[in-house]
Ligand binder design. Structure first.
Ligand SMILES: O=C(O)COP(=O)(O)O
Length: 238
């Protein structure tokens, strides 16, 4: 079994890991396409398009609309983005949900003394309101959106930023996510990772990306860390 005893801090992905946000992302995508009088898309399609930030999501939606129309749709991504941003701001947490066990596990990890971070490809301006809407914003010492740094996951820059800021060795940081973008970013710099099976990963098995461990449910993370000496020592200090 993988050893998590050296873990001192944890970085979490957001969409598909802590929050099932696709219903609102899909509603905003559909509203954008409707406003532009373009062929629509399904929620399932959006589930497979999420992962590389808002801009790539809309790029994929426009490509799909173009394929459905069978001709050039004549719209520029830079003109579409403000429309999507407007609709996503309106939908943000209307139909999104925290996954089972997330609040309890994050609270326990926070109480056990682990510094926690968010590393998402979602634009920063949506990330904080979403964390606040679900009452979990205060649990995180650091929040990085897809536009907070020069590069987003799968580039490891957000993780090296955390390593520098929190003075950690790569093996002391754990990245938890549902997407190969999370696992590839972690592996690129030797950060330990847990891949979750219930989120969005372009329909692919997260195990194929080679995370340190695979969990089917969020609360299994706690079990993996609880078995480590570090967690026990930290809990005893409380
Ligand atoms: O907004 C996205 O495309 C993905 O966001 P995530 O990195 O939190 O999964």
């Amino acid at each position: 079994m993988a050893d998590f005893s050296s873990i001192k801090a944890i970085a979490f992905d957001l969409d598909g890991t802590l929050i099932d946000s696709v219903p609102d992302l899909a509603a905003a995508t559909q509203a954008t396409l409707a406003e532009l009088a373009l062929p629509s898309c399904t929620e399932q399609q959006v589930r497979n398009w999420v992962g590389n930030g808002a801009q790539v999501l809309m790029q994929r939606a426009l490509l799909n609309a173009e394929q459905q129309k069978g001709c050039d749709i004549g719209v520029q991504l830079e003109n579409v983005m403000p429309i999507f941003m407007k609709h996503y701001e309106l939908h943000l947490q209307k139909h999104s949900k925290l996954y089972a066990g997330v609040l309890t596990v994050l609270s326990k990890l926070n109480a056990a003394g682990y510094p926690l971070a968010i590393v998402t490809n979602k634009p920063y301006r949506f990330t904080i309101p979403l964390l606040e809407a679900f009452g979990i914003a205060d649990l995180f010492g650091l929040v990085l959106g897809g536009d907070s740094l020069d590069k987003m996951k799968p580039d490891p820059l957000p993780l090296t930023h955390i390593l520098d800021k929190w003075q950690l060795e790569p093996q002391q940081l754990l990245m938890v996510g549902d997407s190969k973008n999370d696992i590839l970013a972690a592996k690129a710099v030797g950060v330990t990772s847990i891949g979750l099976t219930y989120g969005y990963n372009y329909g692919e098995d997260i195990g194929l990306s080679g995370p340190t461990a695979v969990c089917e449910q969020f609360n299994e993370i706690l079990a993996l860390l609880t078995n480590s000496a570090e967690f026990t020592a930290k809990s005893m200090e409380q």
